[in-house]
Write a protein that binds this ligand. Structure first.
Ligand code: 13P
Ligand code: SF4
Length: 324
């Protein structure tokens, strides 16, 4: 016999430690509605690690970093994919699932890195520096990916760069990710000037302060942080790599220099560990809410579509990455 289907009431236990009952009462109705809509529409929700706990732990079917979401998007058996994350992630899911309906609950969920570069910028770069492969971070529009040779995420950037077997690559658009990868490889990396508005705000002084006030704390930093921050951290990796580090090493005291919901989500899985702030909020990720996920499923909005000519070339760049 099949087990009982989850309901908001049965899911509360998962998030009780970070969501007080008064807030939960505002979420429960949307959660029940979303669970029902997912069944009726044969839909799945893919949620990035930066989504708030009531989304991440209660309605998401697949969670992960950008790389995991791209990989798992290909295996989804559903008619509809709702991407609880930012627009470039929804575009990647659509590139890999051209036949499926991909919805993003708020079209304005952007990304400062994706906004830092246009397809014309990439064409210009290629003309100015010919015969050097262009590795593009997935945090870009499909139009930018279409002008690129291969994509990467923070989880595979070094492997992608080294897979090309060339002495020099152009890496777009995150200057800090490019410099952090350059510190780990012999391949020369030419960078662009894009920054993540969330991670660029962390400083080495933040790390010194947290170490002074919380002796023994282990510092994990996302590679979108400035290189001087990564240099002072104990470990740097994608959101999934940070989560795996906590799972493996179980540091009694830990700080994640990244988006705030990430710490909340990982902390819920490790009640025995002490999670220290600081963290910074991503205003784009925070545009996704239970209410607009529910509306996305009720009203079939906002449907992600990509010009087929752009999609063909962008898909190739993503598929090359996935083959590494
Ligand atoms: P990850 O690929 O590490 O999940 O990072 C995505 C992102 O947007 C980080 O700011
Ligand atoms: Fe973009 Fe930074 Fe937000 Fe990630 S955290 S979506 S890189 S702005």
């Amino acid at each position: 016999m099949l087990g009982a289907l989850p309901t908001a009431a049965s899911l509360y236990e998962r998030v009780r430690r970070v969501i007080p009952p008064i807030e939960w009462s505002a979420f429960a109705e949307d959660i029940d509605a979303i669970l029902d809509l997912k069944r009726r529409r044969n839909a799945v929700i893919l949620a990035h690690n930066y989504q708030t706990p009531e989304i991440f732990h209660c309605v998401a079917d697949i969670v992960g970093d950008s790389l995991a979401l791209a990989r798992k998007a290909m295996t989804v058996e559903a008619d509809v994919i709702v991407l609880a994350g930012v627009h470039f992630m929804a575009e990647t899911a659509k590139l890999l699932n051209p036949q499926k309906t991909v919805l993003i609950p708020d079209l304005a969920a952007g990304c400062s890195l994706a906004d830092s570069i246009t397809a014309e910028d990439v064409r210009l770069m290629r003309r100015r520096i010919p015969n050097v492969p262009i590795v593009t971070y997935v945090n870009t529009s499909a139009a930018v990916k279409a002008e690129s040779d291969i994509c990467c995420t923070s989880g595979n950037a070094r492997a992608v760069v080294e897979s090309l077997g060339v002495p020099r690559v152009i890496m777009l658009p995150d200057e800090y990710l490019a410099k952090n990868v350059a510190a780990e490889t012999d391949v020369e990396i030419l960078a662009w000037k894009g920054h993540c508005e969330v991670h660029e705000r962390f400083t080495p002084a933040d790390i010194r302060e947290v170490r002074a006030s919380h002796p023994g704390v282990i510092v994990l930093a996302h590679p979108e942080c400035p290189p001087e921050v990564v240099a002072e951290a104990d470990f740097s990796g994608s959101t999934a790599a940070m989560s795996d580090y906590v799972e493996r090493q179980k540091p009694p005291r830990v700080v994640l220099l990244t988006e705030c919901s990430m710490s909340d989500n990982v902390a819920l899985q490790h009640p025995e560990l002490e999670f220290i702030r600081p963290c910074n909020l991503c205003p784009h990720m925070k545009r996704i809410t239970l209410t607009n996920i529910r509306e996305a499923l009720e009203q079939n909005r906002h449907v992600v579509s990509i010009d087929p000519e752009i999609a063909g070339r962008a898909r190739l760049a993503v598929e090359r990455m996935l083959a590494v």
